[in-house]
Design a protein around this ligand. Sequence first.
Ligand code: XMP
Length: 508
Amino acid sequence: MDTIVVLDFGSQYNQLIVRKIREAQVYAVLYPHDVSFDTLMHMENLKGIVLSGGPKSVYAADAYTIDPRILEGPWPILGICYGMQLMAHLSGGVVHKAAKQEFGEATITIKHDRLFKDTPTTQTVWMSHGDEVIELSSEYEVLAFHDTMATLAIKHTQKPWYGVQFHPEVKHSTYGAQLLKNFALDIACAKPTWNTQHAIQSAIEQVIQTVGEGRVVLGLSGGVDSSVAAMLLHRAIGSRLTCLFVDHGLLRAEEATQVMETFEGQFGLTVRRLDVKERFLDALKGVYDPEEKRKIIGRLFVEVFKEAALELGGVDFLAQGTLYTDIIESGTKTAHTIKSHHNVGGLPEALPFKLIEPLSTLFKDEVRALGLALGLPHEMLNRQPFPGPGLAIRLMGEVTQARLNTVQQADAILRGVFAKEGLNEEVWQYFTVLLDTKSVGVQGDQRVYEEVMAIRAVSSTDGMTADFSRIPWEILAHVSRRITNEVRGVSRVVYDITSKPPGTIEWE
Ligand code: XMP
């Protein structure tokens, strides 16, 4: 398959470059900036190289660079921001601290060239840089400029090498996606063959090749990643896949049943439901501290999974639904933003199996598309995030079966009303939280002293920051009425109007 390699110089946008090129149906992959020339030469169907942006200055003593032989390779090159400055610098040009740093949108004027095919003469781009190219070697000509900067895009006069100072991968660059497409299809001449069917086929082939006649075990949670991984593995190796579903009793109402019905009932996968509710409740008895709850659940989860996996016998591989984002974010040496993943369990180290990660080249939206093509329902693939420790961290204080039932019922009411009102697609995440305090109320003519339930609903893009959702009063009133009427022991409902920061999305 034709491939574009993006060399990573540490830009926060480097994943976006890969994604945008894939959106043009060309397979793209991120490599560290110091990948060797030989590695690239041995790649089949490498059609072009993109040098990403990055936070350093090309003239700094500790600047990142590339194996110089890469510039002698047969491939077209596109440098973005730092990448362009590096190209200019390596050819004898001069890069300096800019008189005026530029962050945000800018309007530029371009000269028509195949890099800018199907884009207008003046266009909006996204700038984010502190340096600029102030002198260009005669090997290059200028392709774009604006009123304060003369060199905003460059082109080599002899070779298919281009550079842009702005960030075409960011959506504020109005024609950025077109530019990356032009590079991939017209300049690098890659064939646009990367699509969902292709991704499924190549993932299946990879699994068959790796697993051979072996057997695989997978932890199925009902979340998007493990669900799609399960479907894919099942397609590839059928009954040699066993899914283990840890039913710890901390899921939302009906969720465990749905997982079993979908995977075992509808699709015929081998799923073992490990009914360990009592074990979790026992371990959580008398525990009030949120961090302690999380730790106990994480540890027990691994323990239960490990026991069951070993008991199966004859297992060779442990499959995980790791995504490309997880790999990039925890793995590249140049990446500056490293997200801490708080997934339950550290399964690979705990088990004597080889690891297989069939989704590890894919982004979340690609995984969703794959899931859809493999027959999984839309609702399952577009589920809102659900924390590994489940409802245990949505009830403050001790976890008991009675309190789990209370929060499950309230949550089911909230979800039902939001779905009916069409808010389920609109609001990023919503749930109820049972507080660890009681309040006075009046029911009939009686004074009561009962539980308080909070409603949390937020808008966000990645969970790192969030704003509370402005839900219409009438809808909140309806949810409140239903919860206080239908959920035994709850006589007060409050709405959480805190954003993140300073709050977090979950309460514990
Ligand atoms: P906070 O509460 O930190 O949550 O603002 C941010 C996002 O992460 C989810 N979350 C978790 N996800 N395991 C997970 O897989 C966890 O332990 C966990 N804790 C929080 C949370 O639901 C929100 O979407």
